[in-house]
Design a protein around this ligand. Structure first.
Ligand code: UD1
Length: 338
């Protein structure tokens, strides 16, 4: 049986780590990426870690003829769809780019999956679909709140497109993985997060501040209704997250899905504050971080973390790497960038 898996966005942060885990599990990832927010070096990193060549294709998922050529020349057992725009703030300023890209890519993929009889898809969703939930931690049944930014709206709409397509066409299966906050890097430090320009996300900003690239980290708000006043998130190691994708593909191809469309929370089940992240980063890496408390960031929610019991039980998957190790790996990766 073919073990080819189409990985869109496979040279990106989560995509590259997932390619490594797929190869190590015996799959053959075929990467499609337009390199709009990633570097070909990530592919070289995957090849170094695994010792296997990677089938890389510089293709945009909005380019239907180019995407169709990939489908017509391969025999995929599944698609893992990472490719998307993902900056919350930016999405407010260029919403049409977000809707066109994030919705269009998924629609093109599903259309081609049906044409070429590729039955299984794993979709990169996000805890952003919950917004500020009334009850924490959030379970997969927690109602979704109206999205605060176009980015979150695209994740909700993509989940709906997937659900409706699976229900209507009868030959597709899908799993939406709702990621919490992925952080850290592969232990080899050959792949990791590579933000372009000034990072939006906490950990790259922390590591760049520690490296002296940024003068100071701003902690956005210490007046939230949390024990230390800073926001709470569920920070999950990117390698643990990558492994969840392999389990999801195994589940669908092995006929173990409980329903044609399934949703899982992929987090650690533990809420950690921004200040705790900073303190832990300083402690495990034995350094001092220059930081100040700044005003709240528009659109931030106060707290969210996952109830992961359903994913743990149903997928037989669990986040394993301790936060300390993850924060060490993030620093090791930053240092490897020179
Ligand atoms: C958000 C989305 C997530 C999305 C991600 C993409 C939510 C709940 N989460 O993550 O789904 O995939 O954006 O980028 O909507 N912080 C600072 N200083 C900084 C940077 C961040 O204090 O310089 C704080 C933030 O206020 C936040 C925490 O660190 O409390 C994490 O921020 P970030 O890494 O940007 O992720 P989210 O906003 O949680």
């Amino acid at each position: 049986m073919s073990k080819q898996v189409l990985v869109t966005g496979g040279s990106g942060y989560i995509g590259s780590h997932t390619c490594v885990e797929l190869i190590q599990a015996g799959y053959e990832p075929v990467v499609v990426d337009n390199l709009s927010n990633s570097e070909i070096d990530a592919i070289r990193g995957i090849e170094k870690i695994t010792g296997k060549p990677v089938d890389f294709n510089k293709v945009d998922c909005l380019d239907v003829p180019a995407l169709e050529k990939i489908f017509s020349t391969h025999n995929f057992v599944a698609v893992i769809h990472f490719a998307a725009l993902k900056a919350v703030g930016e999405s407010v300023h260029i919403p049409l780019d977000y809707y066109r890209n994030n919705l269009g890519s998924l629609i093109n993929l599903l259309t081609l999956m049906m044409k070429y009889d590729v039955p299984n898809i794993v979709f990169s969703s996000s805890c952003t679909v919950y917004g500020q939930a009334d009850v924490l931690p959030v379970t997969e049944q927690t109602p979704r709140k109206p999205a605060l930014a176009p980015y979150g709206a695209t994740k909700q709409m993509c989940e709906d497109i997937l659900r409706d397509s699976i229900a209507a066409y009868g030959k597709l299966k899908g799993i939406a993985l709702r990621y919490f906050n992925p952080i850290g890097a592969h232990p080899s430090a050959l792949i990791g997060e590579l933000p372009r320009g000034v990072p939006n996300n906490l950990i790259p900003f922390v590591t760049q501040t520690a490296a002296g690239i940024r003068p100071m980290l701003s902690i956005f708000g210490d007046d939230y209704n949390t024990p230390d006043g800073t926001c709470i998130r569920d920070y999950i190691d990117v390698v643990d997250l990558a492994k969840a994708h392999v389990v999801a593909v195994d589940r669908m191809t092995g006929g173990r899905s409980k329903a044609d469309y399934e949703i899982f929370n992929i987090g650690t089940g533990r809420g950690v504050s921004t200040l705790e992240i900073v303190k832990t980063f300083e402690k495990v890496n034995n350094l001092k971080l220059n930081y100040k408390i700044a005003g709240r960031r528009a659109g931030d929610i106060e707290a969210v973390w996952a109830d992961t019991s359903y994913a743990n039980k149903e997928l037989g998957w669990k986040a394993e790497r301790p936060l300390e190790e993850t924060l060490k790996s993030a620093w090791k990766w930053q240092q490897s960038l020179g």
